[in-house]
Design a protein around this ligand. Structure first.
Ligand code: ATP
Ligand code: MG
Length: 335
């Protein structure tokens, strides 16, 4: 029988999901859930890789539900996609430990995303051993269900490269066990933040949440960073790299309107206020159906917990099979 290929991807439960998550990964999850057997990981142990969350179990545990609600709100269908909680599947940690034996310390540290996170999140040299090890935990997250395709934002690519190195090392040492995975980057590789920072990220608070209400959406859009060199509406403005236009391109369905605004902007014939007001309308339209599903699941949190429980049970079964295979290839059963 034809077997569907598998998707594995997920999120850190360190707060609500935002537009960056949407264009980087969620959109592809929703689009592909009919064609792939889809697994969505809520990476709660991963959250503790960040010193900032070690003392915040309340935030992490609340976010497990919030992130699940956000995934459901954008259109993931629990009948088609399996959502599971990392910490409830200890076999993932076993795989993570095994994979850490196959990878050099220097290799793990040679990871541009780790280096960037240490800098952006101001960890100095206070990051934990668990932080250094988290890419290998992520390798375990991906390989535990033998994923084929991993839809993620661009910042995750170094972790996916590491995954394929582990696959080759494992196969080369113990015999063919895993297939190499394929990354899938979103429509926008890395969405900029409201403040013009290179990445919209929870940690910097430069986000528009998928659950953002109209009023705060309006406030955020109207105070967005634009072209810093433009002081008056009559000054010719820069469109390239301007966050307001990056968002117009990503979320405004009315291409004519965007083109016309850009034309006027470069000629100094439109003010920031009008560009932002139109962006607000476009984003509000985009978020309306998401907010509706959001409020349904917010009102049915028990249903959300059931979805997580059954998704976790189903995934754990699969992971146990993978771990058995790995252990037997490594002759770890032998007495
Ligand atoms: P944190 O700051 O806590 O790391 P985050 O906002 O980076 O949070 P993650 O949970 O680390 O969110 O990311 C989940 C997924 O969303 C990953 O695939 C990541 O690449 C993607 N993603 C996050 N932010 C963006 C963004 N601004 N543009 C594109 N993809 C993004
Ligand atoms: Mg991140």
């Amino acid at each position: 029988m034809f077997k569907k290929k598998r998707i594995l991807t997920g999120d850190n439960p360190t707060g609500r999901l935002h537009l960056g998550h949407y264009v980087g990964s969620l959109e592809n999850r929703v689009r592909l859930q009919n064609d792939y057997e889809t697994f969505i990981l809520v990476a709660d142990m991963h959250a503790y890789a960040y010193p900032k969350y070690v003392g915040e179990p309340d935030i992490v545990s609340k976010s497990v539900i919030d992130v699940t609600v956000d995934n459901l709100a954008v259109g993931l269908d629990p009948e088609k996609s399996t959502i599971f909680v990392e910490s409830a599947i200890p076999e993932i940690y076993e795989l993570g430990i095994i994979f850490s034996m196959l990878t050099s310390h220097a290799r793990v540290l040679r990871n541009p995303t780790l280096k960037e996170e240490i800098k952006v999140k101001e960890m100095g040299d206070n990051y934990s051993l668990g932080f250094v090890n988290f890419p290998l935990l992520q390798v375990a997250d991906i390989l535990c269900v033998r994923a084929d395709l991993v839809p993620v934002g661009e910042d995750q690519l170094p972790h996916l490269e590491l995954t394929n190195e582990v696959v080759r090392k494992f196969n080369g040492t113990y015999g063919l066990t895993f297939e190499e995975i394929e990354p899938m980057i979103g429509r926008v590789k890395r969405l900029v933040g409201l403040d013009g920072n290179a990445k919209m990220t929870k940690s910097l608070g430069n986000t528009i949440y998928l659950s953002e209400d109209r009023e705060s959406l309006k406030k955020k859009v109207m105070s967005m960073y634009t072209d810093p060199n433009r002081l008056r509406a009559s000054d010719p403005g820069k469109v390239d790299g301007n966050p307001v236009f990056i968002y117009h391109d990503a979320f405004n369905q009315n291409e004519e309107e965007v083109k016309e605004l850009k034309d006027r902007y470069v000629k100094g014939k439109v003010g920031d206020v009008e560009v932002k007001e139109k962006l607000f309308v476009a984003l509000d339209e985009f978020l309306t159906p998401i907010r509706e599903r959001h409020s349904y699941y917010e009102g049915h949190r028990d249903e959300v917990r059931d979805i997580l429980r059954s998704g976790t049970d189903k995934t754990r079964n699969i992971v146990q099979g993978t771990l058995d295979d790995v252990k037997s290839k490594m002759m770890l059963f032998g007495i």
